[in-house]
Design a protein around this ligand. Structure first.
Ligand code: FE
Length: 228
């Protein structure tokens, strides 16, 4: 059996938000999909350990913002690798309060959907929430970010709580060594550099300034380890 076959499935990348009382939270999810058209329903698979899971369970609503291809890695990292238990993830983010009274992230979004939960399916580590769409808008005609593009081009990493997470083997690094963030698993590739963070392609890790931080989770350069 080769579970790499799962990597051939296509997904988008979304910010899924919910609320609990007056508190808001959001997270990155790649598993938002339409279930039926009459009535229009969507589903999302959320890890039970995530705060957003607790919020959706409680409020029975969620929103999903579809991200554009040019979404910066730092934005994805903000929603994907930080916990709403530690910070208010919506602070400093462009969002609106939707029909569901839950936040709808507008930043880097090409469209959004809001849903009221009709059904919950216990899937072991995750719950699949199926919701009826109560509001939806298209915000731009920019290209959507696909999960594949995120992996191939942005070279992000997958949070351990994501449904698609698979323990990855260490990669052989030809030429200048690659370095991995020990906090989130992001890999610094000298060939790609980190243009969003001001590091030109072709910059070895040693040449990266000490003040540089992981573009995904914000960890210091000292938190990186060389990939053997
Ligand atoms: Fe990191």
């Amino acid at each position: 059996m080769n579970l790499r076959a799962l990597h051939k499935l296509s997904y988008g990348l979304y910010v899924v938000c919910s609320r609990k009382g007056g508190r808001f939270n959001g997270q990155i999810a790649n598993t938002v999909f339409q279930v039926t058209s009459e009535p229009p329903t969507i589903a999302v698979s959320i890890n039970k350990q995530n705060l957003t899971h607790e919020f959706i369970k409680e409020s029975k609503v969620f929103t999903a913002s579809v991200l554009c291809q040019e979404t910066p890695l730092s934005f994805i990292g903000h929603f994907g690798f930080k916990s709403g238990r530690d910070i208010n993830k919506l602070e400093g983010i462009d969002y609106q309060i939707g029909e569901t009274k839950a936040p709808v992230v507008m930043e880097n979004a090409v469209s959004y959907l809001e849903a009221k939960v009709l059904q919950e399916i216990d899937a072991g580590t995750h719950t699949i929430f199926i919701g009826e769409i109560v509001s939806a808008e298209v915000l731009s005609e920019k290209v959507c970010l696909t999960y594949d593009y995120y992996h191939q081009v942005k070279r992000g990493s997958t949070p351990r709580t994501a449904p698609v997470y698979i323990e990855e083997k260490k990669i052989e690094a030809p030429g200048a060594p690659k370095y991995r963030c020990t906090v989130c698993g992001y890999v610094y590739d000298p060939e790609l550099g980190d243009p969003d963070g001001g590091i030109k392609p072709g910059t070895s890790f040693a040449e990266v300034p000490d003040g540089w931080v992981c573009p995904v989770c914000g960890a210091a350069k000292s938190q990186f380890e060389k990939i053997e």
